[in-house]
Design a protein around this ligand. Structure first.
Ligand code: PEP
Ligand code: MG
Length: 593
């Protein structure tokens, strides 16, 4: 194996920096324990027609065995009280036993006359491939789950298990793998595994979610990892910036040891603070909530101090399936999240699909300008039957705790009115069927299109609450594609034009006595969060790991200081001026990792 290492052989080995995605914050330095769980080799054999029933029987046995192994793993994880892990395993059990998968395999066995191994591998590979086709990170991520399920079934057919155990006879190390599934991580503890580094994965992959649940630093999505790292290589893992240094120099080793110690001291201190109310230095309360994408993240978020869910992105429900979810499926998922979070509130956002977010269940036609195309509420209004199914599921879930419904990408009052009329119809359909529901279900909107910000006063008369989506607001206000790395330098939420729109929306909300929240990535930035408090926001929703640093930042300043800085920021000329102003004013008090 060739290793592409850069020079400076101070310790006899060359140092190499690998870039990946920050999956779970924290630092660690230790030797690599490489667990190369590769996909099982697949037997490819045609079978005679008379053997197809036997092959189907082999498949059914494999399903039963894989499901029972997963159930055992799920029970073990429940006994360790890692809820996120056990929920993922439950989802895997459903996937292994899924009727659609069975139908795909059966077709290949009965019609194409493939042996069970080949049929499983072909069916799961095709399903995974379809999910990877679009640029949607959810789909790409779920494709790993399908591959994993295929692997488990092949393992069950051949009597091999794809689970592994972390060696207990060695000092704690850094787990290096192609990918990790919950079944493989059962038994993984912080005293044995100091960090996780994987070749596959994204921020929302199960490895990242579990690592965050277990508070183990993780870097995922490191391409070529297994060719570059061998057993015993010393790794310095930076789970804050998504970086891994292989065989670092002695100076860097001591720097990482310091960082790891500082980080774990800080994490312990933050842990103690998590149930305290978030207040400015002068005692003004700010509500910090979490953005989630998967239902299992809800509990994780509460553990990190979230006071409710400010944005539940429901797109995940439509991913990797042939048909959109049924009303009952919607209801069950939302009910579980609401029950987990109650008595705190959950904000359910209706689907924001379309444009470049390819979702097989909805067959959205390609657009020339996806961000400006048939997306979010536009798609909802174009496919009212799919939208109504989701609305009814949401309304039924309102019987189980505090919740509100939020509509993405509203650009005109006409759209909001069209949504309200469908919403009212959905309410009466729920009533006609005799399902219980909350007496009142608040219907609000995201403010993420400049036209809505400019007409905030008029919208505030008809929408029951606002949540500002700065990710899209910046994209549309500055005409900068939010996914373009080349244009990232133009895409700043500190642009005074964006700040003025936020201020206008807050003012309109106040005039009409409407709650105004903000749920874009801007809320996760500690300096920006202080600025937002100064602009008048009292409810911010962010990724759960940002709650602790944002809480500290808000606690470090008084409202008068934040308001003063906000006033100056509104009259600044560039984003850079605003950043400079905030850094000069608060930089020393606000720790930025
Ligand atoms: C936003 O646009 O700021 C937002 C929170 O929504 P999303 O990132 O899902 O588009
Ligand atoms: Mg948005």
């Amino acid at each position: 194996m060739t290793r592409s290492r850069s020079p400076v052989p101070e310790s006899g080995l060359r140092s190499l920096v690998l870039e990946g995605i920050a999956g779970s914050v924290g630092y660690a330095i230790a030797a690599a324990v490489v667990v190369d769980v590769r996909r099982h080799g697949v037997v490819r054999r045609h079978v005679p027609k008379r053997a197809v029933d036997d092959e189907m029987a082999r498949f059914d046995e494999a399903v039963a065995l894989a499901a029972s192994e997963l159930r055992a793993a799920e029970e073990r994880s429940r006994s360790r009280s890692v809820k996120a892990e056990s929920s993922i395993l439950q989802a895997y059990i459903l996937m292994v036993e899924d009727d659609m998968l069975r139908a795909e395999v059966e077709r290949r066995i009965r019609i194409d006359l493939l042996c069970a191994e080949w049929a499983i591998s072909a069916a799961t590979e095709e399903m995974a491939q379809q999910m990877r086709q679009g640029s949607d990170p959810y789909l790409a991520e779920r494709s790993h789950d399908i591959e994993f399920i295929g692997d488990r079934l092949l393992g069950a057919l051949t009597g091999r298990s794809s689970a592994f155990t972390i060696p207990t006879d060695r000092p704690p190390g850094i787990l290096v793998a192609r990918d990790l599934s919950p079944a493989e991580t059962v038994g993984l503890t912080r005293d044995r595994v100091l960090a996780i580094v994987t070749e596959a994965g994204t921020r929302t992959s199960h490895t990242s979610i579990l690592a965050r649940a277990l508070e183990i630093p993780a870097v995922v999505g490191v391409s070529g990892l297994l060719e570059k790292v061998g057993n015993g290589d010393v790794l310095a893992v930076d789970g804050v910036h998504g970086r891994v240094v292989v065989n670092p120099f002695p100076t860097l080793i001591s720097e990482y040891e310091d960082r790891a110690k500082r980080h774990s001291d800080m994490a312990k201190a933050r842990h103690k603070q998590r149930d305290r109310p978030v207040v400015t230095r002068c005692g003004v309360a700010v509500d910090l909530r979490a953005n989630i994408e998967l239902p299992i993240e809800a509990e994780l978020a509460l553990g990190q101090g979230a006071r409710g869910i400010g944005l539940y992105r429901t797109e995940f429900l439509y991913v990797d399936r042939g048909q959109p979810p049924t009303e009952d499926e919607h209801y069950e998922v939302y009910r579980r999240v609401i029950e987990a979070v109650t008595p705190l509130q959950v904000t359910l956002r209706t689907f924001d699909i379309g444009g470049d977010k390819f979702v097989s269940a909805l067959q959205v036609p390609p657009d020339m300008n996806p961000a400006l195309g048939l997306r979010a509420v536009r798609l909802a209004l174009a496919r009212p039957e799919i939208f109504m199914t989701q609305l009814r599921g949401m309304i039924r879930a309102s019987a189980h705790g505090s919740m509100r419904i939020m509509i993405p990408m509203i650009a005109s009052l006409g759209e909001l009115r069209a949504v309200r009329s469908l919403f009212e119809r959905a309410m009466s359909e729920v009533d006609q069927k005799g399902y219980p529901r909350a007496a009142h279900v608040p219907l609000g909107m995201m403010v993420e299109v400049p036209s809505a910000a400019l007409m905030a006063d008029e919208f505030a008369r008809e929408a029951e609450f606002f949540s500002i989506g700065t990710n899209d607001l910046v994209q549309y206000a500055l005409a900068v594609d939010r996914s373009s790395p080349e244009l990232a330098y133009l895409s700043s939420f500190f642009e005074p034009s964006v700040l003025r729109m936020i201020a206008a929306v807050v003012q309109a909300g106040r005039r009409h006595d409407r709650t105004v929240a903000l749920c874009g990535a801007m809320a996760s930035d500690p300096l920006a969060a202080v600025l937002l408090v100064g602009l008048g926001l009292r409810e911010l929703s962010m990724e759960a790991s940002a709650i602790a640093p944002v809480r500290e930042a808000i606690g470090a300043v008084s409202l008068a200081e934040a308001e003063h800085a906000a006033k100056e920021a509104l009259f600044s000329l560039t984003a850079l001026d605003v950043e400079r102003l905030l850094t000069e004013r608060f930089g020393e008090r606000i720790a930025v990792e």
